[in-house]
Design a protein around this ligand. Structure first.
Ligand SMILES: Cc1ncc(COP(=O)(O)O)c(C=O)c1O
Length: 487
């Protein structure tokens, strides 16, 4: 048990597609038919693999609380849970003799935990970037003076400005916080080079790997290497294991010091009425009963990806990205953001707009008439998106005032298609066909906008959710009655 079967040891990317749970799901269309859903919103959250479910199912008969039970099931579950930490650590190339893996709920919780654990002083600085997801920005802003290095060229991190900031704040910069791949443009910043510069300036490096881990192999490198990554986090739901887990990896010594972020059961060794003596990491940082099933699902997804080989995942996705961009560039009216020619340092995230059409309208038509799942808006990276859209500070103020007054009808944004390792050219062809149709205004519905949410829906398109997923009704719960009501 808990080892891959022989047939699972040499999987290919093609095998992964066949293994995606729900790959053949059909969804309703505006014209009254159905089609196989095309999911291109993997940067938000990925589906799961059947093999991950199998691991979970195999484990559930043995499920038990971990660490404090003496029964056989508890001992077994503890062993498996502890091994899951190791699998995650090895996946990102962490030296586990000096580093620890802390399970969190997701990347957001991991960054908050790390920020709360730093114990920043009034003169301390964290250098983040304009490119960050809010989850790798606001947790720093909450606790410490946070600087934002800007962008250059096609939306790349301005490395010159980063080095200048490091030199200007030398001695004060505790940490540099950057993403490994952007959730907007897919750009992969040179994290090892940045690590070298940060260390030279006496700072540590945190890499938000939420968008990197599913697509590229990661090597945090040995602690002695000047280009090593000190801290790293990612989310399981973006890497084919949507069971509520994330991971934060970092030096044991760092987490040994100070008080844990959350306190309660599990984090302590000894408690008297006067004092509490903390357990060692990772236990010290995993307060309360942990998500054992989520950890196992993540370990399973990692093992599956490793058996395919992250280099094979990367080259498949790269080829698909080049194919998509090559054709997208030719469609009149399509405006692309970020790098479009040299995409060697970019994962498969494709932000675009169609000239003259609201991004929310494009996304709605994609779904309603094409059965294609994409996303629109500013994707929790508002400053970066607005800079890519070249929105002036005055315009920004105007939009902010409108939105805060409850009117999101002219909210700036983009449409984002994002590729997973299981997507193929047929998925992309369906997507491109819809982009072409929308660009030449070849759509059937009359779309109306809800000014409070900014979303569009097609008049007359009311599909009861219960036809597809009856659980709400079975439980007597209230849910949006139809597709249109939820948008
Ligand atoms: C780059 C990046 N960082 C952090 C996050 C936050 O991840 P989570 O919502 O799983 O906490 C996301 C989510 O989209 C992301 O894309």
């Amino acid at each position: 048990m808990y080892t891959l079967e022989d047939k699972d040891r040499s999987l290919t990317v093609k095998d992964l597609r066949a293994d995606v749970v729900g790959i053949n799901t059909h969804v309703p269309l505006f014209n009254g038919t159905e089609r196989q859903y095309v999911f291109l919103d993997n940067a938000a959250s990925t589906p799961t693999f059947g093999r991950v479910l199998k691991w979970v199912e195999e484990f559930l008969p043995w499920y038990s609380g971990v660490h404090r039970g003496t029964g056989f099931k508890s001992l077994l579950a503890t062993e498996v849970f502890d091994r899951a930490h190791e699998i995650v650590g090895r996946f990102v190339g962490a030296d586990l003799s000096t580093n620890t893996v802390v399970f969190t709920k997701n990347t957001t919780e991991a960054v908050n935990k790390l920020s709360n654990r730093f114990n920043f002083g009034p003169d301390d600085v964290v250098i983040a970037t304009v490119m960050e997801h809010h989850s790798n920005d606001l947790p720093w802003r909450k606790n410490v003076k946070t600087l934002h290095v800007g962008i250059a060229g096609e939306g790349h991190l301005d490395l010159h400005a980063l080095r200048q900031a490091l030199s200007q704040y030398k001695g004060r910069t505790k940490l540099v916080a950057v993403n490994g791949a952007s959730n907007i443009t897919g750009i992969c910043s040179p994290i090892h080079e940045i690590a070298g510069w940060a260390h030279d300036a006496g700072a540590l490096l945190f890499v938000d790997a939420a968008q990197l881990a599913p697509h590229r192999s990661i090597n945090m490198l040995d602690d002695g290497d000047p280009r090593h990554i000190d801290f790293l986090a990612f989310s399981a739901h973006k890497i084919y294991a949507p069971f509520g887990t994330g991971a934060l990896v970092g030096p044991k010594g760092f987490f040994e010091r100070g008080d844990p972020d959350l306190v309660g059961g599990g984090v302590v060794d000894v408690v008297t009425l006067e004092e509490a003596f903390w357990n060692h990491p990772p236990h010290k940082e995993e307060a309360g009963s942990p998500n054992v099933v989520g950890a196992i699902a993540l370990a399973a997804a990692i093992s599956i990806l490793q058996s395919v080989g992250m280099e094979n995942v990367a080259s498949h996705e790269h080829a698909l990205l080049e194919y998509t961009l090559r054709r997208l560039k030719r469609i009149p009216g399509v405006i692309l953001y970020g790098p479009v020619d040299d995409v060697s340092h970019k994962v498969g995230v494709i932000p675009f707009n169609i000239d003259g059409l609201h991004h929310a309208l494009v996304a709605a038509i994609m779904s309603t008439e094409g059965g294609i799942g994409v996303r629109n808006g500013c994707f929790c990276a508002h400053p970066y998106v607005k800079q890519l859209l070249r929105i002036t500070p005055e315009q920004d103020k105007h939009y902010a005032a409108r939105m805060l007054s409850g009117d999101k009808s002219d909210i700036p944004g983009m449409v984002r298609a994002s590729l997973g390792c299981y997507n193929n050219e047929e998925d992309v062809d369906s997507f491109l066909e819809m982009v072409e149709r929308i660009a030449r205004k070849d759509f059937r519905g009359t779309y109306v906008q809800n000014s409070t949410s900014g979303a569009f829906h097609a008049e007359g398109f009311h599909i009861p959710f219960s036809r597809y997923f009856p659980l709400f009704e079975n439980l007597g719960m209230t849910a949006p009655r139809s597709y249109s009501e939820s948008s």
